[in-house]
Design a protein around this ligand. Structure first.
Ligand SMILES: [Mg+2]
Length: 169
């Protein structure tokens, strides 16, 4: 994939892409957060190839009262420390705690992408890749004209590390 020439920005879903997705549950504290195999190596590769690396994540567990927003921020802070210790980086994390599917910020709606555009005005969605493990993530990317990459935990060839390795081939 000649991704490095064309694409400058990558948007990553969190649960199921960075960390293990808990079935019918939320990651409610750092102890429940588990990086998926190869992800820390993958992020250190992505850090060399992309100008901007963002996470866009729906976290409705906050508005369901299952964790506080401060706890979510604590999880993200510890996650970022580990990523940086392994040579990777996340430039910004956007999260949506809203319950309603009508929320403009809740994927597949585009709000979090426009928050990123507001913070980093030089990003272009057509030069961006959205990587996720759900159809909602693919829809989010498609609506914005991004390239989309699907992560599937059942299939090693559809993992973040496999995508990262495809960049350095
Ligand atoms: Mg996910």
């Amino acid at each position: 994939m000649e991704t490095s020439e064309k694409y400058e920005t990558v948007f990553l879903d969190r649960d199921g892409v960075i960390n293990k997705h808990l079935k019918n549950d939320y990651v409610k504290c750092w102890d429940e957060f588990e990086f998926l195999p190869g992800v820390l190596d993958a992020l250190s590769i992505l850090a060399k190839y992309f100008k901007h690396i963002f996470i866009v994540t729906n976290q409705r567990g906050v508005c369901k009262g299952l964790m506080t927003e401060d706890t979510l921020k604590d999880i993200h802070s510890k996650m970022q420390t580990e990523i940086e210790n392994c040579g990777g980086r996340i430039d910004q994390i956007y999260y949506c705690t809203d319950l309603s599917n009508e929320s403009q910020n809740r994927k597949p709606n585009s709000g979090m992408a426009f928050q990123a555009k507001n913070d980093f005005p030089n990003i272009e969605f057509q030069n961006s890749i959205m990587i996720g493990d759900s159809l909602s993530d693919m829809e989010f990317g498609n609506r914005l004209g991004m390239k989309t990459v699907f992560i599937n935990k059942e299939n090693e060839s559809e993992s973040l590390i496999n995508f990262a390795l495809s960049l350095i081939k």
